[in-house]
Design a protein around this ligand. Structure first.
Ligand code: CU
Length: 106
């Protein structure tokens, strides 16, 4: 995952339930952080990530939707946020999605 002014980029757009250690590199010029909030996760966050540095946060994700953002200053309002959808199926096959999961951005 990378951050800069003012965006958050996810290297793996599709995740399944499990425990993850997100490694976030700050490629911007000012400090950022990363906060994750959703089912079973109450605002887990990294320390302040200084410019050029990398920090990590470990969370256990369930099926559902998580909000991910930077809580420094007003960065969230400036676009440093995204929604993480955790699917239930572990198969990478894009052809069938019988559960009707709400991941539809194709
Ligand atoms: Cu930020």
């Amino acid at each position: 995952m990378t951050e800069d002014e003012f965006s958050i980029e996810l290297s793996e757009p599709e995740l399944t339930p499990g425990t993850y250690t997100f490694v976030i590199k700050n490629e911007g010029a000012v400090g950022h952080n990363l906060v994750i909030d959703g089912p079973g996760v109450s605002k887990a966050q990294t320390p302040l990530i200084r410019s050029g540095r990398t920090e990590t946060v470990t969370v256990t994700l369930r099926e559902g939707t998580y909000d991910v953002w930077c809580s420094i200053g007003n960065h969230r309002d400036q676009g440093m946020e995204l929604t993480l959808s955790i699917g239930g199926a572990a198969t990478p096959t894009p052809m069938t999605s019988p559960t009707g999961g709400d991941d539809g951005s194709y």
